[in-house]
Design a protein around this ligand. Structure first.
Ligand SMILES: [Zn+2]
Length: 301
């Protein structure tokens, strides 16, 4: 199992499928228990598979291109190309066997969320958010309604969005996260604040990006009647983490539709990271053609 950190370069909209919430017409996917927005593992698997074709080379690229451009029942489902082998393929009329993917994609969670404060932008995290990526011994405990900040804050209070809270020094509480991110990545999140879990979902949900769009009537060039809609998104500069697993036992005995052919696990992860790097250019999720969706993956841990 390994963790992929990622940062949103644009707002990210992974739609919940028409579910309406308050003033927002198009809501994003949330975790049922915590109420926090998340990025479903299925969304990541989908973009990784489709971008993989573009990062393959030589014979593998030819096979993968033939797979996606086939016109028969095996379109995108040939059972021989690297995309089918890593992400799975289904039985077709001629082929009795199906094969599940070798990768496992889990839902991506918000680890640090940008909030506007009087001290400038601050990335807020919480013990439960950190527990998704840190070993249990490194997860800080915070039982009071206080923000723990990891920079030298002059005052004793800080606002985070509309909440106004006592602030104290975090000491070394946020160091394990910074160490895990590494110096280069850590610098992007210059100010971290640890908030209690019960306030974290509130802080995130009240600081999501909400946009309004309208369809234009092509005849008049003006807004079409009744076509105004609102949608929400995870804002840019949010730190996300995804867990990805690779079924190593099955990699050793992996079969194509024709023959046994083991998959090299290091090569599989390398291909995955190359494919995910295209999310920083082509994006993922909804509204990708309208300034949304680019996500920069920051490598594996
Ligand atoms: Zn294929």
């Amino acid at each position: 199992m390994s963790i992929r950190f990622a940062v949103t370069l644009d707002p990210l909209h992974i739609g919940a499928g028409g579910y309406r919430l308050g003033r927002v017409d198009n809501t994003i996917v949330r975790d049922a228990g915590s109420g926090l927005p998340k990025v479903p593992g299925s969304s990541l698997a989908g973009v990784a598979r489709s971008y993989l074709v573009q990062v393959l080379e030589g014979e593998e690229r030819k096979k993968a291109m033939a797979c996606v451009s086939s016109s028969g029942a095996d379109k995108g489902n040939c059972g021989r190309c690297m995309a089918c082998r890593l992400f799975g393929y289904a039985a077709t009329g001629e082929r009795a066997k199906s094969h599940i993917g070798l990768f496992r994609f889990y839902d991506g969670n918000i680890i640090a969320f940008p909030v506007s404060t009087i001290a400038g932008p601050v990335w807020v995290t919480s013990p439960a958010a950190l527990a998704q990526v840190l070993p249990e011994k490194d997860v800080p405990v915070l039982n009071e309604d206080t923000l723990l900040v990891d920079w030298n804050l002059a005052g004793k209070k800080l606002n985070a969005g509309w909440l106004y809270l006592d602030a104290k020094s975090a000491g070394d509480a946020l160091k394990p996260l910074r160490d895990m991110l590494g110096e280069e990545v850590s610098k992007r999140f210059s100010r971290l604040a640890l908030a209690p879990d019960r306030l974290f979902a509130e802080l995130v949900n009240s600081n999501l990006e909400v946009r309004t769009s309208v369809s234009i009537d092509p005849l008049t060039g003006a807004a079409a009647q009744g076509k105004l809609f609102t949608y929400e998104a995870i804002p840019s500069a949010t730190l996300l983490a995804f867990e990805v697993g690779l079924d190593e036992a099955r990699c050793r005995t992996a079969a194509t539709a024709d023959a046994e052919a083991p998959v090299n696990t290091a090569e599989a992860y390398e291909l995955l990271d190359k494919a995910l790097s295209l999310c920083g250019v082509l994006g993922m999720g909804g509204m990708c053609t309208r300034g949304f969706g680019r996500v920069r993956f920051l490598g594996g841990k």
